[in-house]
Design a binder for this molecule. Structure first.
Ligand SMILES: C[S@@+](CC[C@H](N)C(=O)[O-])C[C@H]1O[C@@H](n2cnc3c(N)ncnc32)[C@H](O)[C@@H]1O
Length: 298
């Protein structure tokens, strides 16, 4: 792992313009088990090796909060690998939130069984997706279904059903009921230390901002791509930087590397580093990691 980290481009707020280009790709994603039931646009699986290092910076008991949970890979990894004593997940999107509500706070076995026993046909899928006034459990199942049969896992309005799918398998091309069931059942074994809050990241960060033992992993909707990917894409980035700068605990805030974000980091005197990553469309871009300290980075 250390060898991989050494190829990161290192750059602090004061060094903008003097950066060193990284020459090779960054993280070995094969070292990261896929634990989330979601296909999540902008998912952070690729960043997990870095997050592991960040969480291991001290052996003190810690609470991890993931205020923009999405697919939740960071929370799940921390739970499975014992990287935090307690894990708090927060998500505002009601479709996504229903899934975590059922898995973390509710009857995860119900969802696992529902997925496993569902006969996926376009007709059956439409019946589920179009039902009005869903219970939380029905919403959770509907979200997972939509996430698996819509293009790229995108569940915002305007996204569409997979037509021919990968390998011409139609809507079944991303429907892996046994894998999904097993992932959900696995979460059931570690969920006693997890809590899910269907709510607003800002409210929850405000609540914990004076707690030194809370580690905040903050991955807000992207400035550039957010609109297409998420229903809740509009957040006040300046306010998020301001709140993050006030946190007494450790934090890691991730963003697209843009001038606007570098400007905000400078404005709030926050140090950052950049990491090269490849998007799902194989475009190489940089991601910014902002943290209260970078002792853990070496
Ligand atoms: C970039 S994604 C997180 C991806 C996640 N790190 C992963 O690996 O899957 C941002 C998430 O924040 C959610 N979100 C947007 N605004 C929010 C808010 N104010 N409070 C909580 N969640 C919010 C979006 O619905 C989306 O799921």
């Amino acid at each position: 792992m250390d060898g991989q980290l050494s190829i990161f481009e290192t750059l602090s707020a004061g060094q903008v313009g003097k950066q060193k280009r990284a020459t090779s790709n960054v993280v070995n994603v094969a070292s990261v088990p896929q634990r989330s039931p979601f296909r999540y646009p902008g998912g952070k699986t690729w960043l997990v090796p870095v997050v592991r290092k960040w969480l291991k910076q001290s052996k003190e008991p810690k609470i991890l909060i993931e205020p923009f949970t999405g697919g939740g890979i960071v929370s799940l990894t921390a739970a499975f690998e014992g990287l935090a004593d307690k894990i708090v997940m927060v998500e505002l999107d009601h479709e996504v939130a229903a899934v975590w509500e059922v898995i973390v706070n509710g009857d995860h076995n119900w969802l696992a069984d529902k997925i496993y026993s569902f006969d996926l046909t376009p007709e059956n899928a439409n019946t589920i997706l179009q039902k009005k006034d869903k219970t939380t459990q029905e919403q959770a199942f509907s979200t997972i279904l939509k996430n698996r049969i819509f293009h790229g896992g995108i569940i915002t309005k305007g996204s569409g059903l997979i037509k021919n799918g990968e390998n011409g398998k139609g809507i079944k091309s991303r429907w892996y009921p046994k894998t999904l069931r097993d992932r959900i059942i696995a979460v059931g074994y570690v969920k006693t230390k997890m809590e899910f809050i269907a709510g607003d990241a800002f409210v929850e960060l405000e609540r914990i901002k004076n707690d030194a033992d809370v580690y905040s992993f903050i991955d807000p909707p992207y400035t550039v791509a957010g609109k297409r990917l998420y229903t809740h894409f509009e957040i006040d980035h300046d306010a998020l930087f301001a709140l993050t700068a006030e946190l007494k605990g450790k934090f890691m805030l991730t963003y697209d590397d843009t001038e606007e974000i570098r400007g905000l980091a400078r404005k709030y005197k926050l140090d950052f580093k950049t990491i090269p990553m490849k998007t799902t469309h194989h475009i190489q871009k940089n991601e910014i990691i902002i943290s209260d300290n970078f002792e853990w980075w070496k």
